[in-house]
Design a protein around this ligand. Structure first.
Ligand code: ADP
Ligand code: MG
Length: 577
């Protein structure tokens, strides 16, 4: 509730503006609102999803022309024309966005710019429809929206609705998934998030708001020509989000208002605008990388208790996992995987049984992590197969593992530093969500019950690993050892049938390792199969039911801890006599 206050204050101030400002301000206010309709949607793409869509003005252009042409040439109702602009924007949003699935950052940014140039060129060249360089009139509205303040209040309404919807999306599993793709893509995949599906939905939505903004923009301008849709405008939208801070709604909202007002206060500087924007951008990157949102984030400036200890509650694991009996085993059969000349795995057979802890040890570079990556779908074996029961585990789609009940942690923890610990852990429950994107944007009942369920389960997982008291803290403020437990909590939140742990004890104190061991044991006793890659021999021998020793990608020894401890070669090679 407290987080609503700034929005309410801004909205009330905007509503009161007509009482003490003249008509000139109605136009500026309407412009800020129209821009925000676009920027709010773009914020999901750029601020949350981390996709550098610089040329988003293209969608404003398309929405503008669609609405204007439909009204001017076909006499359509302006509001229907706005909606049509939105639909064209949505479709174009997907077209502009698709390259993001293949191209990295700057290459993607360039394609969006290219698209913007093409759209403007078409608007110029297709004279019979667009009026070419002469342009055409924008949609005219009837009373009460034909007055300056009437139109302002209309735009304010649109802006409020879009703010509400994007804030809903941001705090939903869709918003969390976007941030996960931005900051921890590999971990996002491991929890079942499909980047392609997610981004396409978001491009549709963001394109829609940009298209609607285009229609409103045409009415605001009352006459549109291709020049109105300049590169500067596109950069302004983008910078508003950076100034505001990524992963925030209120920040970019203020950034957008600021950038719309700036030229009014500094009219003589307009000729310098490109230079000023560049300077502004540099200043943000250097001085306040978190933008306005970080300045306003008071909660995360309170110091944390320095003597925190992680005390898991293994007795609560069973209630958390709560899955039926796991019948299938994970079976590796003669798996071979080479990187160039290096045979990282060289004919490995291994069975991970439900309800047991399977230790995987061996010197650095012996293929432990690679084995884990084969099971979790990042690498395809060149020979042999990995099975779940009798089913071959599909290659190359790690995001499909989560639905099969396979969860993992990483040798280097992959968490979203800018998100809270709770949000990080909730990522693990993403695939359990039932609500569609639209249901989330409108906070319909299914979305609300999703959130309640995911929050409860994530909090339970945090209780289990002993980090509940840090739930609200930004993850990048945690210690390394705590991040390891955050990852375990995230994995457990998905109620996995199999849990793959890549050196979970690295960087932990002796006391923490002991507690970790009890926790892992409890996970296995609750029916989940655990693959434990570890260096700490004590931990392995304490809690494992089976141990496989790797050397140069081959099995050197396998058996119970007692058998391994008595194995001559293993003892002389690793354990010390
Ligand atoms: P471990 O986890 O047991 O320390 P890894 O499975 O990470 O070992 O690595 C096994 C071998 O495969 C090492 O020689 C490593 O250099 C090589 N390797 C692992 N991943 C890659 C990769 N992506 N490209 C090339 N070589 C790799
Ligand atoms: Mg490794």
């Amino acid at each position: 509730m407290r987080s609503l206050i700034p929005y309410v204050l801004i909205f009330v101030a905007a509503l009161l503006l007509p009482l003490f400002a003249n008509d000139y301000w109605a136009v500026i206010g309407a412009r800020a609102a129209v821009y925000w309709v676009l920027v709010a949607g773009l914020n999901l793409v750029v601020g949350y999803g981390g996709q550098l869509a610089i040329g988003w003005v293209a969608l404003l252009t398309l929405g503008s022309y669609t609405a204007s042409i439909l009204v001017a040439r076909f006499n359509l109702d302006p509001f229907l024309a706005y909606a049509a602009g939105g639909v064209v924007g949505a479709l174009a949003g997907v077209v502009v966005g698709l390259p993001a699935l293949r191209l990295r950052t700057f290459y993607f940014a360039m394609t969006t710019l290219g698209f913007a140039t093409i759209v403007t060129q078409i608007a110029l060249a297709w004279q019979s429809v667009t009026g070419g360089g002469i342009g055409l009139p924008g949609p005219m509205l009837a009373a009460p929206f034909d007055s300056a303040w009437g139109f302002y209040l209309l735009c304010l309404g649109f802006a409020a609705v879009v703010t509400w919807m994007t804030a809903n999306v941001a705090s939903s599993r869709y918003g969390r998934s976007l941030v996960a793709i931005r900051d921890a893509e590999v971990a996002a995949e491991a929890t079942g998030i499909s980047k392609a599906r997610l981004l396409i939905i978001v491009f549709l939505f963001s394109g829609f708001t940009a298209g609607v903004a285009g229609g409103l923009f045409a009415t605001l301008q009352s006459y549109i020509t291709p020049e109105a849709f300049s590169f500067d405008l596109s950069v302004t939208f983008f910078i508003a989000i950076l100034v505001g801070g990524r992963g925030s709604i209120i920040g970019p909202l203020l950034g957008n208002v600021l950038l719309t007002l700036l030229p009014e206060f500094a009219a003589p500087l307009v000729a310098w605008s490109t230079f000023l924007y560049a300077a502004l951008l540099l200043a943000i990157v250097l001085l306040m990388p978190g933008g306005i949102a970080a300045l306003l984030d008071f909660r995360n400036r309170k110091p944390l208790e320095s003597n925190r200890s992680i005390v898991p509650q293994p007795d609560r694991v069973r209630a958390l996992l709560d899955h039926g009996p796991v019948r299938d085993n994970i079976v590796l059969s003669k798996v071979v995987l080479a990187f160039g000349g290096v045979r990282a795995i060289d004919g490995l057979d291994m069975t991970i049984r439900a309800g047991e802890v399977h230790g995987l040890i061996g010197p650095n570079g012996s293929g432990k992590t690679t084995t884990l990556n084969v099971i979790s779908g990042y690498y395809a074996p060149q020979e042999g197969e990995a099975f779940l029961g009798t089913r071959v585990l599909p290659h190359g789609i790690p995001q499909a593992r989560s639905a099969l009940g396979i969860a993992r942690t990483f040798q280097t923890p992959r968490v979203i530093g800018e998100a809270s610990v709770l949000q990080n852990v909730m990522i693990g429950a993403t695939i359990d969500g039932r609500a569609s994107f639209l249901e989330a944007a409108l906070t319909l009942p299914r979305h609300r019950s999703d959130e309640k369920r995911m929050t409860t389960r994530a909090m339970d997982a945090l209780e289990v690993v002993g980090l509940a008291s840090l739930a609200a803290v930004r993850a990048d403020r945690l210690q390394h050892s705590e991040l390891r437990f955050v990852e375990i909590a995230r994995a457990l939140t998905g109620r996995p049938a199999f849990l793959l742990l890549d050196e979970p004890a690295a960087g932990l104190s002796t006391e923490e390792i002991k507690r970790l061991g009890i926790l892992i044991k409890a996970v296995a006793e609750a029916g989940t199969g655990v693959l434990l890659v570890e260096h700490h021999a004590d931990l392995i021998f304490d809690i494992c039911d089976h141990v496989t020793v790797l050397n140069l990608g081959r099995e050197l020894a396998a058996g119970t801890p007692a058998e391994i401890r008595a194995h001559k070669e293993v003892v002389s090679a690793y354990l010390g006599a």
